[in-house]
Write a protein that binds this ligand. Structure first.
Ligand SMILES: [Zn+2]
Length: 695
């Protein structure tokens, strides 16, 4: 159960509508103590206090396990008790993980790391507790009359998590399962370590291209085409060691899938997903590539034109290119944007409008209009967060001032902080036995401002960072709106193809001219409006080449699916095919006019193969779903309260229902892979009308 459980990571409206009655039911969130100590927990007031956490968790889980296995009365179902066990562990382990990654004081980070190990051991022992598993498994039958749809779905998801550790298998199979799982972890970790390896450059090439002895990235924006090509190809050159790790990872995953009764790992990975099976995922991805082909070619023609203007042959008038090199795509897009949009000037004009404060306030203004939830800044008590500037506390409140959740935001750039923009669920919503809801606590970590600056709130941020803030705040709002009976399915604890929908939808709102000019206000001059021309230009530049990016993402998704699929995986495992051959084969079919070097192996640096394992495409499914919701419900009326309320209600269910059931609530139908494909192709046609430029 509990490994993935742990690591997985209300209101009353005045306007009435019976459709959303359940969501509208007035609720009371529990009051959280507001004292000294991290996140308001009085007990966590020093690094030493962390040592108490595992002791407390062990004691409370022990008594819950006793209640489960040896019930004095049968008033609670097994699933309710197991969700409580999971909640006790998650509340402590998720908090420790966040502190381990973000705290500014190394003593806190070390203390959190130490207790994290204790939690891992506790989880490991519960994962393999056969009595616990069997009790839960048998409750599917013995407690059937007391279970509703949400109970049954949560129970199935929990059992599935348990079974990830092989607890349900016979002894002989269990040993094999444990060995394969450990190989998958081992080879996955080695592969990932090597993904960001630096490349050494020989003396000759250093002198010829003016390069240093090592390169860290495939990007060179040099005007010298041969230098760009050299850097790109050196960075992505096929690497035998990486191929070896990848082959072992793929073959272990394939064997594990066969052992557990699946045709391939790609089949196994689709359990509980929106598209439901391998074939639908395959059709979706090829469908995206085919349906976006026209727009893709239009965008490519623009880049070929830019390329020709740059090349010597064209100046002599004797060469007409019909294709473009893979290594030049990024560079030519960059050149086009510079020439077509005068981005430097526009960014300068619009920059006073995009500050950390103006963006979170803009987000709050949007959710307030959509479903009546605002974010309000509250002072931090001493010790409630790490002691640096660039950290603040926001409370989410409804129209009756009920508190729905707390979001701590850490936007400072510090060397000791985990890199990457992300959000941590320190505690998620859950219906408690006293009738209140557990108050969700989230932490958003973004690298936006210099923590030494006293004016950090008004630091100007890039357009791209503003969009990222909307994405991450979208995740936080999903957790805040969560009103599920079980914490196991609260908020973002749902399949990834659904959990990325709310955040992607927020990007669609952000990218709408009317929404952006309405909600983004200068904090120093609130009456000034972002000039519509500047906003339009920023958005046009941001969304130029959307079709190329979409097709590229679909091709990466296809590679990740097929490398784990029934045809390629056995071939790769036996050494009859390399991942480089598979990758280039897919890329050549998906992007036929983009020339690639035969030995180029982008996939040797593609971390996501390890994390997603045949589900990388889920991000694209989420984007397609968000695109469909946007087109059907908000594009014509982006501040629609009716659909805003409906969307808030959908989010409140977290992962308590299958994603297609939730999408039906907002769309009125369950979208098939075809409808999702069409949404993306419509978007790419709309955006692919780029004018030619002179560079
Ligand atoms: Zn996301």
């Amino acid at each position: 159960m509990l490994r993935s459980v742990i690591l997985r990571h209300s209101r009353a409206f005045t306007r009435q509508s019976s459709l959303f009655s359940e969501w509208r039911r007035a609720f009371k969130s529990e009051k959280i103590e507001e004292g000294k100590g991290l996140f308001g927990y009085k007990k966590l007031s020093s690094p030493a206090s962390f040592h108490e956490l595992p002791v407390e968790v062990k004691s409370s889980t022990d008594s819950l396990i006793k209640e489960l296995l040896d019930p004095l009365d049968s008033s609670r179902t097994s699933i309710e008790i197991v969700d409580d066990i999971s909640n006790e562990i998650c509340k402590a382990a998720d908090l420790a993980e966040c502190v381990r990654q973000l705290h500014s004081d190394s003593k806190y980070r070390e203390a959190a790391e130490n207790v994290s190990r204790d939690f891992c051991e506790l989880v490991e022992s519960l994962n393999t507790n056969t009595a616990l598993y069997q009790k839960l498994k048998s409750s599917e039958v013995t407690e059937a009359s007391r279970l509703d749809d949400v109970d049954r779905r949560t129970l199935a998801l929990l059992l599935d998590d348990f079974e990830q550790s092989g607890v349900h298998l016979e002894d002989a199979q269990k040993n094999e399962f444990v060995q394969l799982s450990s190989d998958i972890f081992e080879f996955g970790a080695r592969f990932q370590e090597n993904c960001d390896r630096v490349v050494s450059i020989g003396k000759f090439d250093q002198a010829k291209y003016g390069l240093s002895s090592q390169i860290y990235s495939p990007v060179s924006n040099s005007l010298d085409r041969s230098k760009r090509k050299m850097v790109y190809n050196a960075f992505y050159r096929h690497d035998d060691q990486q191929e070896n790790y990848l082959r072992k990872l793929i073959s272990s995953r394939h064997e594990l899938a066969l052992l557990t009764g699946f045709e391939s790992f790609a089949h196994r990975a689709q359990r509980n997903s929106l598209l439901e099976n391998y074939e639908n995922a395959q059709n979706f991805l090829w469908g995206v590539i085919e349906k976006c082909r026209g727009s893709f070619e239009k965008e490519l023609a623009v880049l070929i034109d830019v390329s020709e203007q740059c090349s010597q042959q064209n100046r002599n008038g004797n060469h007409q290119a019909s294709s473009i090199d893979d290594h030049d795509l990024g560079f030519l897009m960059h050149l086009y944007r510079e020439s077509a949009y005068d981005i430097a000037k526009i960014s300068q004009e619009s920059s006073p409008f995009f500050t950390f404060t103006s963006v979170w306030k803009g987000f709050s203004a949007l959710t307030h209009r959509l479903y009546g939830v605002r974010l309000v800044e509250k002072p931090l008590s001493p010790g409630e967060m790490w002691n640096v500037s660039g950290v603040m506390k926001l409370k989410a409140v409804d129209e009756q001032n009920n508190e729905l959740g707390v979001v701590y935001v850490d936007v400072s750039i510090r060397p000791d902080k985990a890199v990457g923009d992300c959000h941590y669920t320190v505690r998620c919503s859950k219906h408690l036995s006293n009738g209140t809801w557990q108050m969700p606590i989230l932490v958003l970590s973004l690298g936006l401002v210099d923590s030494r600056s006293p004016q950090w709130r008004d630091t100007r941020i890039s357009f791209h960072s503003a969009e990222t803030m909307f994405h991450e705040l979208g995740h936080a709002m999903h957790s805040i709106l969560g009103r599920t009976k079980y914490q196991h399915v609260a908020g973002t604890r749902c399949p990834q193809d659904f959990s990325e929908i709310p955040s992607n939808l927020m990007e669609y709102f952000f990218s709408d001219l009317k929404v952006m000019t309405d909600i983004i206000k200068r904090t120093d001059r609130p009456n000034d409006q972002l000039p519509i021309e500047s906003a339009a230009t920023l958005l046009a530049s941001r969304h130029s080449f959307t079709a190329i990016e979409t097709v590229q993402q679909a091709a990466y998704g296809l590679y990740d699916l097929e490398v784990h699929g029934p045809i390629a995986a056995p071939q790769i495992a036996s050494g009859h095919m390399t991942t480089t051959e598979l990758f280039n084969d897919i890329m050549n079919k998906a992007m036929p006019h983009v020339q690639r070097e035969l030995g180029s192996a982008f996939q040797h640096r593609f971390h996501h193969t390890v994390q997603y394992g045949a589900k990388y495409y889920s991000y694209l499914v989420a984007r397609a779903s968000a695109c469909l919701i946007w087109q059907q419900r908000f594009m014509d009326d982006p501040f629609s309260r009716k659909w805003g309320d409906c969307w808030a209600e959908v989010q409140s269910h977290g992962g308590g229902h299958h994603p297609s059931v939730l999408l039906e609530k907002i769309l009125g139908f369950r979208p098939t892979e075809k409808e999702l494909t069409i949404a993306l192709s419509k978007e790419s046609q709309h955006l692919a009308n780029l004018d030619a430029v002179t560079v």
